[in-house]
Design a protein around this ligand. Structure first.
Ligand SMILES: [Zn+2]
Length: 230
């Protein structure tokens, strides 16, 4: 049968869509807070019961998480919280180094707005560490600082790439936080980096460029070691 009238879309429901999104948001929060460990099965029935929503709603929310790479679906085993892979962590850190290193090198030519953004994201992160923010908040602010370095390049495309890389790291970082409660102790390291930038010390073994390389290398080693990825 061919439709002869304009569809009235009565079957669509914003209410339903927003419930799916709220369930997805709650699951995302639990993953980013490290409350749900890698490999934890995300069972439809149990989730539907505890969240007070229908199973189809949970199923759709899980599909969203799978699409985002935060959960994996395996035949016969259902959906579980994704496990970060060592190769991906290494590759993300390699790519970060290219983008963030380019930002550090651009410090001298960057305008004041961009430099101020680096200073502001640093203060934002270090004060959240001091005030004992939630893991999700600390990781967001930590990664925002690193993205602000890429912003020094003045390239929206490079910034977009950096944000995609950070999204890939969030799951791994949340799991590290779950294991190591002191994961944010090296907030000082960021202050050291900005001091070098402010002093215009970019090149050489004790310049900002090398400092950043060591910082990203350490982060990579810490993630791989804490999660026992090999
Ligand atoms: Zn850092």
């Amino acid at each position: 049968m061919t439709p002869t009238t304009t569809p009235d879309f009565t079957g669509l429901s914003v209410e339903h869509a927003s419930t799916v999104e709220r369930v997805a948001a709650e699951l995302r929060r639990a993953v980013f807070e490290g409350e749900l460990e890698s490999g934890t099965p995300l069972r439809e029935i149990a989730l539907a019961e505890s969240l007070g929503v229908s199973r189809p709603t949970v199923r759709e929310a899980l599909t969203v998480l799978v699409a985002e790479g935060l959960a994996t679906r395996e035949p016969h085993r259902g959906v579980s919280v994704a496990t970060p892979q060592a190769d991906s962590v290494r590759d993300v850190c390699r790519a970060r180094w290219v983008l963030e290193g380019a930002g550090v090198r651009a410090w001298g030519d960057a305008d004041d707005v961009r430099r101020d953004r680096v200073r502001a994201t640093l203060v934002d992160y270090t004060s959240a560490v001091r005030e004992g923010g939630s893991y999700e908040e600390l990781n967001d602010k930590h990664l925002a600082f690193h993205v602000s370095l890429v912003e020094l390049t003045g390239s929206p495309r490079l910034v977009q790439m950096a944000e995609t890389l950070m999204d890939e790291l969030r799951l791994a970082l949340a799991q590290v936080d779950r294991i190591r409660r002191n994961a944010h102790d090296q907030a000082d390291s960021h202050e050291g980096l900005v001091r070098l930038l402010e002093a215009g010390r970019i090149d050489g073994d004790d310049g900002a460029y090398e400092f950043l390389r060591r910082h990203i290398d350490d982060a990579e080693d810490e993630i791989i070691e804490a999660l026992e990825l090999t």
